[in-house]
Design a protein around this ligand. Structure first.
Ligand code: UDP
Ligand code: MG
Length: 315
């Protein structure tokens, strides 16, 4: 098996069949074997029903993994990679925003350029609003400054890579998964190619600002301990300022007699310090929480059912 296309699906009922058709059209006459590994991430619509139909028809080799509930796209990617047989693995969305034709180009690059182990697509033109673009840009600047991995801004999960990369990624069994960081962390030489995301075929995006914000925090906490260091710096800074102020107050008392300090100052300082303390406890809490989750050692996903296909054996 040359290529495995991994498509995580959450409520993509209307998209899975057009997706398979697009894949078959794109790889028609490509001259190599490929399979599609669909991961149904606990969908609440007809996704699983339609996937079972696709599996029964086997218009091309199709494997279906269905989760016992919604575990998130990251878990879907992990499960798909685990079950993939291909020499090359491709992560692609099931909503046809990422065209399968581009995967052919990715495969070609891996075939022709052995120095690259990963081909990643980045969006050359983003269709989203200015505010979101601004936050995404700030996120990349921040995470690249704080962590010891370097993320390519705008690089998506849409990538094709060699099996060795897949093996390395599967060794990272962290519960809170952040693919962009995981890819950067495992290393390997990556070729970045531009692509333009198409409109969704049907349905709607599963992301909103709040979810993206939490995902960004997952990324930063998962790949950097700098926020803890920053919290310590905050502490040192405020303690230092307090000591300086104390010296100032003592000198004031000794040389000029006491002036009762303003009520407002006390309130403002109490609130400010309280705020900084809560923030620092929150930061520590994020790390403790993740440590707690990880020590429970729960599986990343639970598959209720895996529908495999019979491999063709050439005699
Ligand atoms: N997805 C998933 N589990 C989730 C959310 C999303 O498997 O909990 C899948 C979804 O079905 C799609 C891909 O991840 O194939 C990308 O999701 P979406 O299109 O909502 O994200 P966007 O393209 O808007 O960034
Ligand atoms: Mg999408």
């Amino acid at each position: 098996m040359k290529l495995s296309l991994i498509a995580p699906c959450y409520n993509e009922g209307e998209n899975v069949q057009p997706f398979q058709d697009a894949v078959i059209a794109a790889f028609d006459g490509c001259g190599y074997d490929y399979e599609i590994v669909f991961v149904d991430d606990g969908s609440r619509d007809a996704t699983l029903h339609n996937l079972k139909k696709i599996h029964a028809a086997q218009k091309c080799p199709v494997k279906v993994i269905s989760f016992s509930r919604n575990f998130g796209k990251e878990a879907g990617i992990y499960a798909g990679m685990k079950e993939a047989r291909g020499e090359y693995i491709c992560l692609i969305d099931a909503d046809l925003q990422q065209r399968p034709e581009i995967v052919r180009d990715m495969v070609k690059i891996l075939d022709e350029q052995p120095e690259f182990d990963v081909v990643a697509a980045y969006q050359d033109r983003r269709g989203e609003g200015r505010v979101l673009s601004f936050f995404k840009k700030s996120f990349y600047t921040l995470i690249n400054r704080l962590s010891n991995v370097t993320l390519q801004p705008d690089a998506s999960d849409f990538r094709t890579f060699r099996r060795s990369v897949r093996d390395s990624i599967l060794e990272l069994t962290e519960y809170h998964r952040f693919s962009k960081g995981i890819f950067a962390w495992v290393g390997y030489d990556t070729c970045f190619i531009p692509y333009t995301a198409c409109e969704r075929n049907a349905g709607s995006t599963k992301w909103n600002f709040g979810k993206l914000f939490n995902y960004a925090i997952d990324g930063i906490i998962g790949f950097s301990t700098s926020p803890l260091r920053i919290a310590s710096h905050f502490g040192i800074g405020t303690a230092g300022a307090a000591i300086l102020y104390l010296i100032f107050v003592i000198i004031e008392k000794l040389f000029w007699g006491i002036d009762i300090p303003g009520y407002a100052t006390i309130i403002v300082l109490t609130l400010l310090l309280g705020g900084i303390q809560l923030l620092c406890i929150g930061i520590i809490g994020e790390y403790v929480g993740r440590t707690f989750e990880q020590t429970k050692d729960r599986p990343i996903y639970i598959a209720r059912e895996i529908l495999d296909y019979e491999e063709k054996t050439d005699v």
